[in-house]
Structures are given as C-alpha cells and as structure tokens.
Write a protein that binds this ligand. Structure first.
Ligand SMILES: [Zn+2]
Ligand SMILES: [Zn+2]
Length: 131
C-alpha cells in the first residue's frame, strides 16, 4: 500500500474531528492506520506494540492527559486463547490491558514475558461482560 495513494485518495477533513484511529507511533515512527479487521479501535502500534497513555480507567475514554508512551511489558492469554498485552506507562506507571489486533507483530507479542491473567481484566472484550 503506497503512502501517496493513501494521502491523496481521500479528502480527509482536516482538524476538528481528528480521526483517533490514525496516529504516528512515537516509538518507531510508523504511521498507524485503522484496524483492518477484527477490532473496534487501535490503541497501540502494530509494529513495536507501544501505546500511549490517553485513556483513564476505561479503554477508549480518552480521560487521561498523561500522554506518555506506554511500553508493552507482558502478555497473557484468556481462556479462549485470546492474547492480551500489558502496557505500562513510562510516565506515571499506569498499567492497562489491550487485546492484540489482527495485524500486530505477533513475534513481538510472543517475545514478551507471559503472565497470569489478572483478576481485573479490563481490556476490550468481544462480548462485554458485566460481572
Ligand atoms: Zn511503533
Ligand atoms: Zn501515564
């Protein structure tokens, strides 16, 4: 997929509505686009797996103004085999769980230390559970 095609092919509205799905990874400088499939929104870089601390307690709430980089520090698997990344903020130490996306660099996911599934698994779920 060529960069210029993506830049010119669409007349994206500039400003105001800023598409949250697109961002420049601050760690590896990759321009990250929307999730191709199997996800609602992208919250980390598919290449280096780094994220950014923009959410507060709930994934996607954009309630934090920390804005520091969040490093992938571990991974765990759910009973259904789904992989979930543990991100830790380099600025404030906040930890968050994020499901991996369909096009994440899976080798990097597997290279992370595997930990037990935390009791409070707050990452996105396909079928939200209220427990
Ligand atoms: Zn990256
Ligand atoms: Zn933070």
């Amino acid at each position: 997929m060529s960069k210029s095609y993506r830049d010119r092919g669409r007349t994206a509205p500039v400003g105001s509505r800023g598409r949250e799905e697109t961002f420049r990874c601050r760690h590896c400088k990759l321009l990250v686009g929307a999730v191709p499939s199997g996800g609602k929104h992208r919250n980390h870089c598919p290449s280096c797996l780094y994220s950014r601390h923009v959410d507060g307690k709930m994934p996607g709430d954009r309630a934090s103004d920390c804005r520091s980089s969040m490093a992938p520090v571990a991974v765990f698997t759910r009973p259904n085999g789904e992989y979930v990344l543990v991100h830790r903020c380099l600025g404030c130490g906040f930890e968050r769980y994020n499901r991996i996306a369909a096009d994440d660099n899976f080798e990097r996911v597997l290279a992370l230390p595997e930990v037990q599934m935390p009791r409070h698994d707050t990452a996105d779920k396909e079928t939200p559970m209220t427990a």
